[in-house]
Design a protein around this ligand. Structure first.
Ligand code: NAP
Length: 326
């Protein structure tokens, strides 16, 4: 089978090579999947650069989530059957066949295509945990979403609207603004152009944002601190800007707000039943037409490095999907 390998640390476009390798065999507790689609994720960029919190030994396959069909089961696997259409999250799935731990596999929602389903796990689980587990968002609350047309951002808008929140989106350009509006954002602000705190306070009539979702860090985090509401919850999800902000803790006291960290992978590791529960809720929302991963582009397997490099440039909306069907 063919697999993409990262052969040195650097920009994805420079360090990814396609390799012909023996078909993998699932061990005990593992599942062999014939991969249909892999969504490119920001962590793919960080993995290639050697900047992700997990640093696999070189050469390794990137790819962190997929949609596909179960091809074979390792010893002791009972939660799926051969032929099941599934989604899974695991580092190293950008290949025609992938072995993943059985506990990282969940049923693919019938309402979603392979390309859409391949973008469900990480972005939507992350947004779901951010809004419901960490921020406990309530109907009618104001939700501020940074990088709102990105994978996590678009998912946060859709899930926020589904939860009855009113969404203010922050984006980098007009194409992204249109995507944010299509997902249900009530107001759209432009990063680097609008004064975000001033505009949020105007839009919410001085109430502020009850919940802020921040996958960007740096100036985005600082802007959220300046417009978070009394008893607001600011959820730190990532640092797409490359900058980690610092916080004067007296501000949390004065404004009675909380900063909530979210590393979704830790839930998958420590509280997998919560991930399964969230997947059921997401499957139901997909069936009701309330959520649907935004697929920017579907590219053939051979163009995987270009797809991942696009994410590094911050120019994509929703998900770029790598089609692996052979
Ligand atoms: N904590 C967790 O469990 C978890 C889970 C998933 C993802 N993440 C993290 O969340 C972040 C977003 O992930 P994603 O999949 O939504 O990514 P994405 O779709 O690539 O979106 C990233 C967006 O960040 C914005 N951005 C602002 N400054 C940027 C810069 N200097 N370079 C690149 N982009 C910049 C851009 O949107 P605008 O131009 O519209 O601002 C860009 O489209 C990543 O850092 C990722 O590692 C964390």
């Amino acid at each position: 089978m063919r697999a993409w390998h990262v052969t040195a640390h650097g920009e994805p476009i420079d360090v990814m090579q396609i390799a012909e390798v023996p078909d993998p065999v699932p061990g005990p507790g593992e599942v062999l999947v014939r991969v249909s689609a892999v969504s490119a994720n920001f962590p793919d960029v960080l993995l290639a650069r050697g900047e992700y919190q997990v640093k696999p030994e070189i050469p390794f396959s990137p790819g962190v989530e997929l949609a596909g069909v179960v091809e074979a089961l390792g010893e002791g696997v009972t939660n799926v059957a051969v032929g099941d259409r599934i989604v899974a999250f695991h580092i190293g799935v950008l290949s025609e066949l992938a072995v993943v731990p059985a506990n990282a596999v969940l049923p693919a929602p019938e309402a979603l295509s392979d390309a859409e389903a391949s973008g469900l796990m990480i972005a939507y689980q992350t947004a779901y945990f951010a809004l419901h587990r960490r921020a406990q968002i309530q109907p009618g609350e104001w939700l501020l979403v940074h990088a709102a047309a990105g994978g996590v951002g678009a998912a946060s808008i859709q899930l926020g609207v589904a939860a009855g929140a009113r969404v203010i989106a922050v984006v980098g350009d007009e194409r992204k603004a249109e995507v944010a509006r299509q997902q249900g954002a009530e107001a759209v602000l432009f990063r680097g152009v609008d004064d975000i705190p001033v505009r949020v306070n105007e839009i919410t009539e001085k109430h502020g944002a009850d919940v802020a979702v921040d996958p960007v860090g740096g100036a985005a985090f600082e802007a959220s601190v300046r417009c978070i509401a009394f008893e607001g919850r600011l959820v730190v999800i990532g640092f797409a800007s490359g900058e980690i902000a610092t916080l004067k803790t007296n501000l949390t006291l004065i404004k009675n707000f909380s900063v909530e960290g979210l590393y979704w992978g830790m839930y998958a590791e420590r509280k997998p039943w919560l991930v399964a529960e969230a997947h059921e809720a997401l499957t139901q929302l997909a069936a009701e037409g309330k959520i649907k991963p935004v697929v920017d582009e579907i590219v053939p397997f051979e163009q995987a490095p270009e797809a991942i490099q696009k994410l590094a440039g911050g120019s994509t909306v929703g998900r770029v999907v790598i089609s692996v069907r052979t």
